[in-house]
Design a protein around this ligand. Structure first.
Ligand code: GRG
Length: 295
């Protein structure tokens, strides 16, 4: 995984429009967040899904990398915008001051816009220079506009903002996390599958795997957020604290959440195996790794 992360980092650095005639502050703001670390989970899922379908095919790997970079650009844009004063108003991200704290709100919005747009450019490069057949690139663009857009991540974020005070049941929470978190994970897996030439049955298996894995990932994230704050579980929310957000542990309790993460991960792995992929091992290992992560 570390090797793959290094490869992704190298490609991301090259994918940035630093040699273009771009105002310096914009270019810096884009690079600041894109190269700020992060787990690079979604790019790794693109690469692992491509490998799961087409094993060790060098062409597949070449075609998958620009898609891996594209999804990290989308993810980074969403984090920059999520941190803005109008949204979560956060001061730190990936261990550094947030983009708007360093470059100002206007430049942070534009850095997010630039990353969103450049992601689609990156997919075209997979077709132009990475050997990705044009019909597969088209399907990936279609998926990305769906999963990252109003019916996907943006819709999930809107539901989160609209429901901030009034979430009372698990169904509402599941809707938000399906779209805010799982949709980009589902996209990553399907896109990797598409690069490798997945059948519709395999794409379905990757989609189901991603949906369940995304929910497990989000619940695990909520659990990790509670470290040191366990005493707050089940207590009435105070309007002045960050934990006012209704989370899975808040609704279900910590033990039930831990059990849910294990169950969702098992279900995800079973769903993946139903796709009869050539080489699902890395994806299966991924699922276990995410379940055990402590950061
Ligand atoms: C602003 C359109 C728009 C969307 C924002 C991503 C997002 C939607 C909000 C961020 C807040 C959040 C907790 C979202 C859930 C998804 C999630 C757990 C994001 C963090 O992903 P990681 O852990 O982050 O992969 P790194 O930094 O490792 O890449």
């Amino acid at each position: 995984m570390e090797e793959q992360v290094d490869r992704v980092e190298t490609q991301l650095r090259q994918a940035l429009p630093i040699d273009w005639e771009v105002p310096g502050a914009l270019s810096e703001a884009v690079q600041y967040s894109l190269m700020a670390g992060g787990k690079r989970l979604r790019p790794l899922l693109v690469l692992a899904a491509a490998e799961a379908v087409a094993a060790d095919d060098a062409d597949t790997s070449r075609g998958a990398m620009p898609i891996a970079c594209a999804i990290e650009m989308i993810h980074t844009y969403s984090l920059i915008h999520d941190d803005l004063p109008a949204m979560d108003n956060d001061d730190f991200r990936r261990g550094k001051p947030t983009n708007h704290r360093v470059y100002g709100e206007a430049m942070a919005i534009l850095a997010g816009d630039a990353l969103l747009t450049h992601a689609f450019f990156s997919i075209t490069q997979a077709a132009k220079h990475g050997g990705l057949p044009a019909d597969r690139a088209l399907a990936i663009v279609e998926d990305l506009s769906y999963y990252a857009g109003a019916r996907g991540m943006v819709g999930g974020q809107a539901a989160d903002i609209l429901g901030e005070q009034g979430i009372t049941d698990i169904g509402q929470l599941e809707y938000i996390h399906t779209h805010k978190t799982s949709d980009l994970i589902v996209f990553s897996l399907k896109a990797g599958g598409r690069v490798g030439g997945a059948t519709s049955n395999q794409l379905e298996a990757l989609e189901r795997f991603g949906l369940l894995l995304g929910l497990a990932f989000q619940i695990q994230d909520d659990i990790l957020d509670l470290t040191g704050d366990e005493q707050k579980i089940g207590k009435p929310l105070r309007s002045d604290e960050k934990l006012q957000k209704v989370t899975y542990p808040y609704l279900l309790g910590l033990d039930a959440c831990k059990a849910k993460v294990v169950q969702l991960t098992d279900d995800a792995k079973a769903a993946l195996l139903a796709g009869e992929l050539a080489n699902p091992d890395r994806l299966l290992q991924f699922a276990d790794y995410l379940m055990r992560r402590d950061y």
